[in-house]
Ligand binder design. Structure first.
Ligand code: AMP
Ligand code: ZN
Length: 113
């Protein structure tokens, strides 16, 4: 399987890592859409949010906990930040390894484009 984010996890492709533990990795988005744009991913390959299984519930909870920690560490937690998961093509998913976008540092618009 040729998955870009699995290759980042295996360190075959470099990334600016901002968080790393046994289950979860977070790194700077290569094409930031806001002053803060970090991707939080499970090290387990899950293609889309539709592929989350019951056994993944704790992992997904931890994904949000890590996002919260990073938002606090960056000082954007109180001001506000956006967590985004794009699922499949029409939503704009381009990398088919589940990831949480953390976007912050500017005013976000609603509805998103
Ligand atoms: P999505 O469109 O939701 O699938 O998001 C994929 C994200 O991955 C985009 O925001 C890309 O800018 C980002 N991305 C693609 N390649 C890399 C890379 N090598 N390192 C960091 N982020 C990447
Ligand atoms: Zn993967």
């Amino acid at each position: 399987m040729d998955c870009l984010f699995c290759r980042i996890i295996k360190k075959e492709i470099p990334a600016k890592t901002v968080y790393d533990d046994e289950e979860i990795l977070a790194f700077e988005d290569i094409n930031p859409q806001a002053p803060v744009h970090v991707l939080v991913i499970p090290k387990k390959h899950i293609s889309t949010s539709l592929d989350i299984r019951e056994g993944d519930n704790e992992l997904i909870g931890r994904l949000f906990q890590v996002a919260n920690k990073l938002a606090r560490d960056r000082g954007v937690a109180e001001k506000g930040f956006r967590l985004v998961v794009n699922c499949n093509r029409e939503a704009g998913q381009t990398v088919f390894h589940l990831h949480l976008h953390i976007l912050a540092g500017r005013v976000m618009h609603w509805p998103p484009g």
